[in-house]
Design a protein around this ligand. Structure first.
Ligand code: F0G
Length: 461
């Protein structure tokens, strides 16, 4: 596949350190085989996340200089609110410092002990906030998402039949919230169709359950809809975003992804007049946890960059390049017979580590094994999205078995070039050639009670 050329040129560069394999072997050992413990400067290509690792544009940097740092009522706040209203059609827009802050501020209004939240798939911090509110988080993605080799469109969709069954099983009054994650990060950055949004929205209305969009990658999702969903080819990205959001009641957003900034988050409520109590709750929680409502834990300059980034993320030429870059990497893996969650998703390639290391069981964490091999091979830092990330059952403490054992290569926006992408492909090809020689994975020697993958210590078995 041909690489889609960048619709920008580079004005400022950041030097990255080159290390030897011996140095990297020592560094990952010192990091207790946890990639989060590595120093960023010891990483050559950092694919740990696409979150907050994006390159801002000259317009955004100019906006940083214009940021209004007033404690209350800053100009940059009003600019952000106007952009949010214009793009999403939601009248209440609340900045917060990042996505999990949005969850922390919003979820307690809907979720309590004994209740359930159902999602096409929860991201790990989102799941944690459901559990911190006392509720249980249940995933309900379509079956085809669980087979990485099955190439079909909109593999991020909610299984609507199962959603209805779950609501009936739990009792509608016990389901506090339905969350649509677009794109579906944990399923491989797979998109959700407009039609699926409509159907989920209809079910939520029928059972009177509020519907929240986890909107971190809303623009990439809209690009997939435009390209792949019948009847949407002539809509603009902005029209598709509007339509998508019209089906929900509110959104929580990590703005560190598709809005191409380094820090920020948003909460949106479609109809604040009908939800006055909810908005008052959001404001109260925001003031307690994040800061006054017109800055929500962000500096004025962050609000300004975010307002600009909301529009830049919708640019179709940029999105074509962005998704094209991920697809180019996937096509190189196709040529080499390396399995991944296919087709490629929006923000990265999720390599099927269970297929690469069939000899390594889930409780020895194949996704983490491949992450560590990538670092040793080429200084690339990726991330396990599998049983290591999933953690233990909160009731029994037993290791859970994930539906997938992925190693995610998340691509930061506007940061790496085609040559970097080729380094990624070549490293994976080299590891695949010797994959059968790796007989064992890792065991955990220490772990915290929740979100353990960020901090746990491991050792080779
Ligand atoms: N929802 C989704 C779908 C996410 O992917 C993330 C973060 C969050 C919520 C939380 O947002 O980090 O701003 O607090 N995902 C990052 C990732 C960390 O690497 O995929 P946050």
């Amino acid at each position: 596949m041909k690489y889609v050329p960048e619709p920008f040129r580079i004005k400022m560069v950041e030097t990255i350190k080159m290390t030897t394999r011996e140095e990297r072997e020592a560094k990952i050992k010192d990091a207790k085989y946890n990639l989060f413990n590595l120093k960023g400067e010891d990483v050559y290509i950092d694919l740990l996340t696409d979150s907050g690792t994006n390159a801002m544009s000259q317009e955004q940097w100019a906006g940083v200089m214009r940021g209004d740092e007033a404690y209350a009522g800053a100009k940059s706040y009003y600019k952000l609110v106007d952009a949010g209203r214009d793009i999403f059609g939601y009248q209440y827009i609340q900045p917060v410092h990042q996505g999990r802050a949005a969850e922390k501020v919003l979820f307690p209004a809907f979720l309590h002990k004994g209740q359930y939240a159902i999602s096409n798939m929860f991201f790990d911090t989102t799941r944690a906030h459901v559990e911190l509110a006392g509720a249980r988080a249940v995933d309900c993605v379509v079956e085809e998402a669980k087979d990485p080799s099955r190439r079909c469109k909109f593999k991020g969709n909610m299984d609507v039949k199962k959603l209805k069954e779950l609501i009936q099983e739990f009792g509608a009054e016990n389901v506090g919230l339905v969350v649509m994650t677009i794109t579906n990060n944990s399923a491989g950055g797979q998109p959700v169709s407009l039609e699926n949004m409509r159907q989920v929205s209809e079910i939520c209305r029928q059972y009177k359950i509020p519907l929240d969009i986890d909107a971190a990658r809303y623009a990439e999702n809209a690009y997939f809809i435009k390209r792949d969903e019948a009847g949407c080819e002539n809509m603009s990205i902005k029209e598709i975003v509007r339509k998508t959001f019209s089906y929900a009641d509110m959104f929580t957003m990590s703005a560190k992804k598709d809005t191409i900034v380094n820090m920020g988050g948003l909460i949106g409520v479609k109809d604040p007049e009908k939800n006055a109590e909810l908005v008052s709750n959001i404001k109260a929680n925001c003031i307690s946890y994040e800061g006054f409502i017109t800055y929500g834990g962000l500096a004025g300059r962050d609000l300004e960059a975010l307002a600009i980034g909301l529009y830049e993320g919708l640019d179709e030429n940029y999105l074509r390049y962005r998704i094209g870059q991920v697809e180019y990497l996937a096509s190189r893996l196709d040529d080499a017979g390396i399995a991944y969650q296919s087709p490629a998703g929006g923000h990265g390639v999720f390599v099927d580590a269970a297929a690469m290391f069939p000899q390594i069981p889930y409780y020895e964490f194949p996704g983490q094994v491949l992450g560590i091999e990538l670092y040793k091979e080429a200084g690339i830092r990726a991330c396990d999205i599998g049983s290591y990330m999933l953690g233990n059952d909160p009731d029994t403490g037993e290791q859970l078995r994930s539906d997938f054992e992925f190693t995610r290569l998340a691509i930061p926006r506007r940061v790496y070039t085609q040559a970097h992408i080729d380094v990624m492909a070549e490293a994976l090809i080299a590891i695949k050639e010797r994959a059968h020689e790796i007989k064992h994975g890792y065991r955990i020697t220490w772990e915290p009670p929740i979100l353990r993958h960020f901090q746990a210590h491991l050792e080779p078995i």
